[in-house]
Write a protein that binds this ligand. Structure first.
Ligand SMILES: Cc1ncc(COP(=O)(O)O)c(C=O)c1O
Length: 400
């Protein structure tokens, strides 16, 4: 009997991602709306406390997005025009954009083909031989600046798996570099028993609705650095330093504040973090079981040093002979959304224009970017939905 795809879509209603909200989460937001404090009230303090408890770091600073958090870390690390930061082109654009905001230069190195995380050997080599790794063109704002120097490493915990941080930290120590850990995709992940986001000087988590917990929009920075924490708090709030009045602005700052409704939602979600992660683990396991039977599909490799994977997305990689983009279109037409993930950062038009990158510059990143497809994924997916996605995928791969 032919499958009636339209009716199964309606029954199964498969979306790319979905937040996992409980009545208590909704209630927490409604309670804020019974009060006059919609910004800079008690809820942001509670939310930050939850992150201090979670991370065992001295400071947690709630911000309006993961991008805002990363940008504040870049400022706190003293990264400015012409400075170099070693980072990965296999990421969401924000991790490199925050460097461009300060006219710093992202010095890309390629990634591990197994995990998509930054390759620590290349990080070490780039730190020793930085000139060899610089982009083809350096824009005028950054060219020949006498103070140009290598300042930091910005690894990304890709898809919820921590980057291999021990060797990266060794390079950082040897060359006196800060480590800004982009853990926007990895809340709750663990590296050799240590929490992702706590492995560098600064770590950042993000809470867009597809993330492990959500605040709508939002992020948190965690750090042990007293001076940096004060500075980032000030920059978050229009540059008002400790002791400044409402109209005193010691620094050039931003409005990167997280409002009270978002913070309340985040605190409520954090009380369920373990449950939320376990549900995502289950969905990932359902996928892994079914995709293992499809020889043309590679699934996520979880490294032995990853003592806990925090599933953010479920990315399947297809054999090179398969036209990934037309596969995505066909799936979409049959009610199963799927997205290429990631698109290499160095080949985004503004990056090409600014730095002269070309296809072939980072072959592993480009290969992963060309073969990966994020499948529908969230903690609220049922086994029947995963089954439907996999059945549809199987049928399309078999030309049915
Ligand atoms: C690796 C990475 N870095 C940074 C961000 C930025 O987070 P936000 O969207 O909250 O600004 C994201 C968001 O998806 C991300 O995946």
């Amino acid at each position: 009997m032919p499958i009636n795809h339209q009716s199964s879509i309606n029954n199964l209603n498969i979306s790319m991602s979905s937040p996992d909200l409980a009545d208590a989460d909704r209630q927490a937001v409604l309670e804020v709306l019974q009060t006059p404090n919609l910004s800079m009230g008690p809820r942001i303090l509670e939310f930050e406390q939850a992150f201090r408890d979670f991370s065992s770091r001295k400071y947690a600073i709630g911000v309006s997005s993961g991008t805002a958090g990363l940008h504040l870390c870049v400022r706190a690390a003293g990264i400015g025009a012409g400075d170099y930061v070693i980072t990965t082109p296999f990421s969401f654009v924000a991790s490199a954009n925050v460097l461009l905001f300060e006219n710093a230069v992202p010095v890309f190195v390629d990634v591990d083909p197994r995990t998509g995380n930054i390759n620590p050997e290349l990080v070490a080599d780039a730190a020793k031989n930085i000139r060899r790794y610089l982009p083809r063109c350096l824009p005028p704002a950054t060219r020949h600046t006498s103070h140009a120097s290598l300042k930091a490493i910005l690894p990304v915990d890709v898809f919820g798996q921590p980057a291999d941080l021990d060797p990266i930290r060794e390079v950082a120590q040897e060359h006196d570099l800060k480590v800004i850990e982009d853990s926007c995709e990895a809340l709750g992940a663990e590296y050799k028993g240590r929490k992702a986001g706590t492995l560098g000087e600064y770590g950042v988590y993000a809470f867009y609705p597809n993330k492990q917990i959500t605040t709508g929009e939002g992020g948190v920075i965690v750090t042990d650095d007293d001076a940096a924490a004060d500075f980032m708090r000030a920059l978050r709030n229009q540059g008002r330093a400790v002791g400044d009045t409402w109209l005193q602005h010691t620094y050039l700052g931003y409005n990167y504040r997280l409002d009270e409704m978002s913070a309340a939602l985040g605190t409520a979600q954090m009380t369920r973090l373990d449950e939320l992660l376990k549900k995502r683990e289950q969905v990932a396991a359902w996928y892994a079981e079914r995709l293992a039977e499809m020889p043309e599909v590679e699934t996520q490799v979880v490294e032995p040093f990853t003592t806990r994977m925090s599933w953010f997305v479920y990315v399947a990689r297809f054999e090179r002979r398969i036209d990934r983009d037309s596969l995505a279109k066909t799936l979409e037409a049959r009610g199963v959304p799927a997205r290429p993930y990631f698109a290499p950062i160095h080949l985004q038009p503004y990056m090409v224009e600014r730095f002269g990158y070309q296809p072939g510059d980072f072959p592993v990143t480009e290969d992963l970017g060309a073969r990966g497809l994020a499948l529908p994924f969230s903690g609220v997916m049922s086994e029947a939905q995963v089954e439907h996605v996999c059945q549809t995928l199987r049928a399309v791969l078999r030309g049915r």
